[in-house]
Design a protein around this ligand. Sequence first.
Ligand SMILES: C[S@@+](CC[C@H](N)C(=O)[O-])C[C@H]1O[C@@H](n2cnc3c(N)ncnc32)[C@H](O)[C@@H]1O
Length: 202
Amino acid sequence: MRHVVGSGVRQILDIGTGLPTAPNIHETAREVAPDVRVAYVDNDPIVKKHADALLTSSGATSIVLADLRDPQAVVDHPDVRRIIDFAEPVALFLMAILHFVTDAEKPDRIVATLRDALPAGSFLVLSHATGDLADRRDAQAVYDNATASMNLRSHAEVGRFFDGFDLIEPGLVQVPFWRPDTPPPARSEEVGFYGGVGRKAG
Ligand SMILES: C[S@@+](CC[C@H](N)C(=O)[O-])C[C@H]1O[C@@H](n2cnc3c(N)ncnc32)[C@H](O)[C@@H]1O
């Protein structure tokens, strides 16, 4: 987030926001640039209710109830359009959400639809659970009776979501190794998450 805002982007579309935390994305972003606008999107009404109460104290932020699996509806949503101008570069955040989308729901098509709505100079910021580094069947099983299944993907599969984007250094790596502020964990095989940032070329 600090990188994309530092690169000049002033609009963030965060799909799969989760419950409000401290600090939230718009709070951290505005430490870098006070004029950053954030549209938060989640399909969980409980997330929207909590976020409505906490996040929308500023008019430059909206929280929208919509489903990633209908990406055109996200792009066309009036409360997204109120915040995001798709003629200007956007940072699209898909953090810890795509692994809730099954292969049958065509996550590659979903990301491509969003990518095609973004102008050149936009960023994709993505993290995704993986079973590459350790056996994650126990973690996966936790979601078997949840509202969404856990779909672990390999480095190559997650990397394909960046089609049409140029991955910036250090590429697609375990999340704590992406330009760390603090020393990465010693037992890195326990980190079952890849993360990366890509920039849409002109
Ligand atoms: C694990 S949380 C991630 C929260 C935050 N992005 C982070 O990285 O800390 C995943 C969020 O994605 C939301 N979500 C899952 N499937 C979704 C979908 N199809 N459309 C929109 N939101 C979805 C869930 O409701 C949940 O709030």
